[in-house]
Unconditional design. Structure first.
Length: 74
């Protein structure tokens, strides 16, 4: 198990070995009390979020399925 603070700054790569960026924030579902996504940048005042179900593996890096990035108000 990892602490939330250990995720900040981790590098994110797609399954096609494309570097996306570093984790800037975690998005929490306040109703369920679980992490629902990873924010890795901002565009036009909105967070760029990778949904939790797109995460394939977490180790020294975060590996995600490509083309699942969406904008979220933050």
């Amino acid at each position: 198990m990892k602490k939330m603070s250990q995720f900040f700054g981790m590098r994110i790569y797609t399954d096609k070995a494309r570097y996306l960026g570093d984790i800037k924030d975690l998005i929490l579902d306040d109703k369920e009390g679980v992490v629902s996504g990873l924010a890795w940048g901002y565009r036009a005042g909105k967070a760029l979020v990778i949904p939790y179900d797109s995460i394939m593996a977490i180790g020294d890096i975060v590996l995600v399925r490509g083309k699942k990035t969406q904008a979220a108000g933050a």
